[in-house]
Design a protein around this ligand. Sequence first.
Ligand SMILES: [Zn+2]
Length: 483
Amino acid sequence: MARQPVQRAEEKLKRIIEATLFEGGIGPVTARELVEMPEAEWGILRDRITDYRQGRPAGVVCRCVMCGDPVFIRARRKNGVPYPLFSHFQGGGLRCPWHHGANEHPERLREEQYSGQQESQTHRLLCEQIDTLAKLDTRYISSVVNAYRPPTESEHGRFPDVQVVWRDFPECVFEVQLSRTFQTEISARCTHYEREGVALAWVLFGFDPQRAELPQSFLDVIRRHRGNAFVIDRASVSASYAQRTIVFTCYLENADGGFDPPRLVRLDELTFPEEGLPYLDDRISSALIDRINRARRPCFDYLQSIEGVSYGVEVDSAERQRLLVELRAVASPLSSWETTKEHEESATLRLICCVFSLISEANRKPRIYGTKQPNVVAMLNTWLNSREEVQRCALIFEFLLRSTPLTHLLEGSLGKHIARAKSVMDGNLVLAGEPEWQILEHLVPEIFHRRVREQLRYLSKLPPWAEHEDLPNPSYEPSSLAI
Ligand SMILES: [Zn+2]
């Protein structure tokens, strides 16, 4: 049984949902895995579960593996740090052994929230402020505060806080957030305006990046803005008047989980993506991509040193040593199949040469590592014929080909060699979860790490070389595979 992350006195008696199953590409996620994820990662899962309830295409359903009822991710706090916990929806999990009683009812909580008269007064004033700023711009056509916006695509309209139409500019809706808006509400509004083709910007008030505990609703909104916090404050209002347009104070989340010093940003400087909320700088994707590239650096240094080199895998070098140290931190032993350290190392490096030669082919910049073969098919066919340690990885090659634009190679001679290796090595194949797969999850998460792959796809950042050919991905930036 996984360690219980919840230890607050009043919760000691409550049970937790130990494991769940996401539909689609994500699969099972345990409570422990959830707690160990970076906040941006569990946050996205949390958003997508809520989005599913709102009928948004990017949504996913997640179920309790004990009772099968849908669950969501509840954000709790421990020592000021938010941490995630699976929870049954209201009315669900009633017969579940992991059930821990009734959830707070959102309607009741919402009543409590709006009973603060002072808060709604502040809210009203801020909405009017944004409306006033919108009118400063020469492109101004119309704007309204808290007025019904009839739907064009949806069944029902909504009452956006502020709605602004400028000439030659996306129609914008601003939602002013003080401190407590519910996740379901955030998701519902994001979904609605996306469907309507309207840009939505959440404007925060009372946001203090120095504060140890940001309200969860702020964190949810900031993540949906890809790590950007848009704030209306004195500096932004005075800059708006000076520049005769809407200017926000923008805080960008940095790699330490804190925020860079604020900067003023004009509304028309933002990127308005087709899906999701506008942003100045995509800090969520870039942090993830940086992490991947950093993990891969020693591998690229090594591969460069043996590109086109005959018997390159056996050549010793500083790069080879450094990579092996890195890999042993990921999986030790490197393989459950080889008996000596020497064989284990060269088998792993040979696999890496095969995988990266295939990826460079998928990336349309063919490179051959560790051998002088003229192309990747000749390389793989030769090794699949002659080397047991390569034959044993047949399932890995098959998986890679099926997940990339190279699927067609399964129809040709390479497919035949893989099929042959599979039958020769039947019972002795490297199976998912073994060290070889763990190493590839680490080096090429775009293909081998289920959850990272899903997340990149969700952020429209899955590179084309990791995309199955039926699913092209137009918004790829080529820099993410810089060898
Ligand atoms: Zn359950």
